[in-house]
Design a binder for this molecule. Structure first.
Ligand code: 5GP
Length: 203
């Protein structure tokens, strides 16, 4: 018997809101969730690993794969000069095998995904206050003041898009945010055990 098809879970939120920590915890606590590793033309940051954080591609390689129809969605993310995209190979075979696949993408990408997968569960992570973003981004200490100011401006614009999502989760603290998302996923029918697709296909 063919497995029940899986579902897409889309998580978005402004830079500095703590999405990465939330996602890491969700993936540890819920082995039923499979992350989709996006492709990007931006260079890796310190500590980022090829095939884990992103598939890091040259602009030429990205364009070649885009022209070949290998992306489910891709765009030049607002405020960044680089391309980002979700690979078909990260998503389709796993959905077909019954997995719940998590995408961490921007608003434009979310809207494209909803066009193809209207049943996707969309979650927007918000800070308790916009100032929280500034504190977190400054705390990272990885960027110049100009780059920081640009990121903050982008983050503020991203916050205005929250209403496009089915669910909004305020990241007051990690535990509470992770619990809220777990409840949303349980209500959406997340299976209690991993499917065989968990160890499934790769890009
Ligand atoms: P960063 O460069 O900080 O890792 O990510 C920058 C932005 O790109 C984030 O808002 C993130 O959600 C978005 N992003 C990452 N991967 C994808 C993708 O595959 N598609 C789209 N549309 N956005 C992505």
């Amino acid at each position: 018997m063919a497995p029940r098809p899986g579902k897409l879970v889309v998580i978005s939120g402004p830079s500095g809101v703590g999405k990465t920590s939330i996602l890491r915890r969700l993936l540890t606590d819920l082995p039923q969730l499979v992350p989709s590793v996006s492709a990007t033309t931006r260079p890796p940051r310190a500590g980022e690993k090829e095939g884990v954080d992103y598939h890091f591609l040259s602009a030429a390689e990205f364009e070649k794969r885009r022209a070949a129809g290998e992306f489910l969605e891709c765009c030049q993310v607002y405020g960044r000069q680089h391309w980002y995209g979700t690979l078909v190979a990260e998503v389709k075979p796993r959905l077909a095998a019954g997995a719940w696949v998590v995408l961490e993408i921007d608003v434009e990408g979310t809207l494209s995904i909803l066009g193809r997968y209207p049943e996707a569960v969309t979650i927007f992570v918000e800070p308790t206050h916009p100032d929280q973003l500034e504190e977190r981004l400054t705390g990272r200490g990885t960027e110049s003041p100009e780059a920081m100011a640009r990121r903050l401006e982008v983050a503020r614009r991203e916050l205005l898009e929250a209403h496009r999502y089915q669910h909004r989760v305020v990241n007051e603290n990690l535990e509470a945010a992770v619990d809220s998302i777990k409840r949303i996923l349980a209500d959406a029918g997340l299976p209690t055990h991993p499917t065989p697709a968990h160890s499934g296909a790769h890009a």
